[in-house]
Design a protein around this ligand. Sequence first.
Ligand SMILES: [Zn+2]
Ligand SMILES: [Zn+2]
Length: 240
Amino acid sequence: MGLQAVLHVLYPPQCISCGEPVTSDFGLCADCWLETPFIAGLVCDRCGTPLPGTDPGELAVCDDCMTIARPWGQGRAALMYRDNARSLILAFKHGDRMDLARPAAVWLKKSAQPMLRPGLLAVPVPLHWLRLVKRRYNQAALLSKALAGLAGLDHCPDALIRCRTTGTQEGRTRDDRFRNLADAFRVPKPREAVVRGRDVLLIDDVMTSGATFAAATEALFQAGARSVDVLCLARVAKDG
Ligand SMILES: [Zn+2]
Ligand SMILES: [Zn+2]
């Protein structure tokens, strides 16, 4: 019996959401899978929001992305931010469920497929250091690290820093969110050489208005990045 098999006898794999026994590690049971809103089919090429239509190969852009500043190239999301996806992400963010980074990376890799190419540099959206001290880990950096490992990407967890506290984005209008985040990020001098001329995949846990991605993208371009694509674990629906 191999080590993996021994471990399975001692610790049978459990559903990452409800704890029921499952057949493989780091998965969801059938019931939780159905309750988890994975994004599939036709999506907006800029933000990953699902769109009506059947051909996933079609190039489509949602109404929001036609009117809001999207300085990046392509964007994708693995989940809609509701139901079981919302509970999993809240547990990941605030409940010390760091183990969720590994299954999340599998889902991220699947959604990122159209953007994955050789030479891509994975960069997480950073927390301000004050918040990092409070929360002890940056959930976006756990995601980018796990994805980079799985997809064989270069990873630079500190390519960006958040140079000022921006408070909460909750309760702000969209314009307010963009104003609040403007110039909030920069590439620190010692990391400019890492970013210059690179194709960057910027990673965050949740995308709402896109203001965070937009501000972080601008900072990467200012440091000489060649292209920036964005990837989030969950996309908040426009009306949610
Ligand atoms: Zn379950
Ligand atoms: Zn869109």
